[in-house]
Design a protein around this ligand. Sequence first.
Ligand SMILES: [Zn+2]
Length: 311
Amino acid sequence: MNGPMKCLGTLALALVLAADVRAATPWVVVSIKPLHSLAAGVMAGVAEPEVLLKGGGSLHAYALRPSEANALSRADMVFWVGPALETFMERPLAALAGKARVVAVIALPGVKVLPSREGGLWEDAHLKDNGEASHQSNGVDGHIWLDPGNAAAIVGGMAEALAAFDQPNAVRYRQNAAAMSAKLNALDVELRAKLAPVKEKPFVVFHDAYQYFEASYGLRAVGSITLSPDRAPGAGRVGEVKRKIAGLGPVCVFSEPQFQPKIVQMLIRGTTARTGMLDPEGTTLKAGAELHFDVARALADSLVACLTAGP
Ligand SMILES: [Zn+2]
């Protein structure tokens, strides 16, 4: 065999080997960073799952980019919360039918589901401009990963789904899940102690994403405000929001990374509320097995810092 032919032979062999590796372990795609983090922990030492929504911004009214739809079409297995959260995935997943194993983690055994809060003080940030629900649909609150018991149940369910698909690595998935559960337990103990001093201190949020976290740690969100993340509200709306904040008397008003700080400052001017930032989906954090823990610690740190600051 001459030089180029030999090269081609080597390349062909490498491709066969690569194909074997792919066939042996499932190609796993996960919808959002918090779930991807849990999947990455369960798959540690076997393979890296791929996260679909890598960047910032919000899940609300999301539409898949062609590259993301492409990633989804290559998957052997897909983990997502379910139609209560990633509404934008319903149609692409239906198109995958039969080609990939799709697991909606909201339906896994042991996952506790809360109804979404509606009306009164809870403005629905989960509506598209046309008023159609974009996530948190069917009266179900999809932000399930912020309950520590749910995170452990998700890890266990992911391990079983992976073990059924990829039996040679079943032991590894289950061991990883057990290690993750222990780590989640330790995190829960840590957060319980950290958040105890701010229990019952009233706060307002820009997006009703924290119900599971509040219920787990005895926190007291008193209302939410709906705003467009990138458009400044008109004078009438500013007045309305200011009156609402004054009426609720929160210690803090928490924004999220997608909102411009200028808008938040304008809304609290003249009230006694302080401002803080929460990032429930880890949009500003690095994806990976540690992200879930980083998200939870950052939420606790922001809550404590703002709710206990100065006079
Ligand atoms: Zn949300």
